[in-house]
Ligand binder design. Sequence first.
Ligand SMILES: [Zn+2]
Ligand SMILES: [Zn+2]
Length: 309
Amino acid sequence: MELIKPPLHPDRFPDELPYGYLKRLAELNQYESPAWLFRNLSSRSSLQTPALSIAVLSAAEWAGNQPTASAVGANTLHLRYCPLCIAERGYWRSAWQSWVSCACTKHQIWLVDRCPSCHSRLPLASTNLSHCACGARLADAPVEIIDSPVEQMQMFLDEGSVPEGYSILPREHGLEDSARAALISLLCNWLDYPKLTVHNFNRELKQCGTARIHLVNAAELLFQPEGLDTFLFRLSQRDSPEFYTSLVLKFVLRLNIDFPQPCFDTLKHQALSYWVHLRKALDQEQGQSSDIADLWEYAEWQVLPHDPK
Ligand SMILES: [Zn+2]
Ligand SMILES: [Zn+2]
């Protein structure tokens, strides 16, 4: 499979989605689809696979040969976009396609993943650079401003930056982009679907609209004062009385398995401390006196990853 150099071939922008660049080339040259840019194309849908489009573009020197971050957990079927970026820049950005990308930090608005007119989702293959298949302009989508925690979570995802002050993550966390995306995904999914988290990772994140509550929960946990307490309170409320607050402990266990890095120690410690004090209060309500040290010992044992054998 080979990319044929078309008559009009501007360089790709450094942050441009590889498939979006193929789309742009096809539109500029008035080709019916990006498939026309290829010799020996095996399947049209394979073009949307980031690894493949990155590989063919890297091999084509005339394309500007920009280094490309492979979007982690990328959505390769539907477009998610910032209407103001589309209006200003006229190309699709790679960063939009991560499952946990939800905001444009340049314009401080929520990303959109439905047509502003027909409200259908936007398949990458049948959506033009600036228009839905129904003819509506993507740039005409209503703009919704994000709150500060959501903006900070998006900056954490995009660049790894953590603001000075109240975040429960240290600024020098050293997390790779894949780990940052996985953390946000875990936090988003955990509150409502703790049992599904492992196998059904991005169940609710496929559309910004329906996932908004989860994304806000995760953003507040990470970047709002007292955000962790709010999260843990909601989590402990979800559990049935006989298990009291065991979801809090399961949450720390999950963190221990997926995020053993020392930068998560504060988060885990605060969560365990929350559980210990909540449990102590619950015991007192039932006329039992429990020892704080014993509760700590129990909690720490519960969150140790055990070999399933
Ligand atoms: Zn934007
Ligand atoms: Zn439409």
